[in-house]
Design a binder for this molecule. Structure first.
Ligand code: TRP
Length: 328
């Protein structure tokens, strides 16, 4: 089976190259390579891993940058104006597919084109973000991968590691739809359990330190959703929480590696490769409308021992048995 796929791919590659050569007769140069735009919301460790894995996934499907495709990568710098311009340029440059990494980037691209196929990566809640009609049947020109993890699953882990808390601080960005829907879930969970939620929302990463300080003075534990703004300011957030010995539960492996105490989350390398495979399908002629959004089903517990030591927490054996240790 594997060999057969490889052979099929090899034949396809030869065909693609032959077609490329023929098309090249008249024009020459770069024009025959399919142009692919990548708009990444901002640079933080998780999004960088996703981008690298998408490029790997594309290569595994036979699409290699500089050989048979041209990748135009743009960093959105967490700025809607910059992202709008980048998306407009992708459209006017005639990109065949546009890849958008993270929710606000996908929203920025969709508002510039309803025709060019868009494949998004790691959008927490694609329906809530207004990107697709449903996960099963996206409709329109958009599909992609989702990294949704409910607040409840992570708070269950919090109950296992640091039981007895009563107040939960919620640190997130008010500008990210990906965080809004998860915070709504956190409030529901807290209400059902009798916990109090204290919110502290920021609009950009320079506000994270103050928002963290506000929570550290008020709550027993802190929770952050898969929030890009918080992910990009983990150094200041963990300085505050670890300094005041507040367990900081986060939502992505990279946030644990960057000093968060623990999470229950997906593998972003797998997600990136899967996104690359979807882009390959679209390049092969499939319509995004017909490709269901993929949610990652493999999840792991990630813990940071250094953080645990800094705040005087000992992981119970039940957690150690199932966890991957990061940040050593
Ligand atoms: N899920 C986020 C979004 O929808 C993007 C994201 C991927 C992310 N990995 C992350 C955010 C790690 C914070 C930390 O925009």
């Amino acid at each position: 089976m594997k060999m057969n796929m490889k052979k099929v791919l090899a034949v396809l590659m030869v065909l693609v190259m032959a077609v490329g050569l023929m098309a090249g007769c008249g024009k020459g140069g770069d024009d025959e390579k399919a142009r692919i735009g990548i708009l990444q919301l901002m640079e933080h460790p998780s999004l960088n891993t996703i981008r690298e894995s998408i490029i790997e996934g594309l290569a595994e499907a036979g699409y290699v940058d500089g050989e048979n495709i041209t990748i135009d990568y743009q960093n959105g710098q967490n700025d809607m104006t910059i992202m709008k311009t980048a998306a407009q340029n992708f459209v006017s440059d005639g990109c065949e597919v546009i890849i958008a990494i993270a929710t606000p980037a996908a929203q920025a691209v969709l508002s510039e084109t309803t025709e060019i196929p868009i494949v998004f990566a790691a959008v927490t809640d694609p329906v809530d973000a207004g990107l697709v009609d449903s996960l099963e049947a996206p409709g329109g020109n958009v599909t992609g991968t989702s990294d949704e993890v409910s607040a409840e699953m992570i708070m269950n882990l919090a109950e296992e590691i640091t039981p007895g808390f009563k107040t939960i601080g919620a640190l997130y960005s008010s500008g990210e739809d990906n965080s809004a829907s998860v915070i709504a879930g956190l409030k529901k969970y807290a209400a059902s359990k009798g916990y109090e939620v204290v919110e502290s929302a920021v609009t950009n990463s320079s506000e994270v330190q103050q928002a963290a300080q506000y929570l550290a003075d008020k709550v027993d534990v802190v929770y952050s959703p898969i929030d890009n703004t918080v992910a990009s300011a983990m150094a200041v957030a963990t300085e505050v929480f670890n300094g005041q010995k507040i367990p900081f539960y986060v939502s992505a492996d990279s946030m644990v590696a960057d000093g968060g105490l623990a999470t229950y989350g997906i593998d972003y390398t797998v997600l990136g490769k899967e996104t690359g495979a979807m882009v390959a399908k679209v390049l092969g002629g499939e319509a995004p409308a017909d490709i269901p959004v993929e949610k990652m089903s493999d999840m792991s517990v990630y813990i940071n021992q250094k953080t645990a030591e800094a705040i005087g927490v000992e992981f119970p054996q039940s957690v150690l048995d199932k966890a991957q240790v990061l940040g050593e």
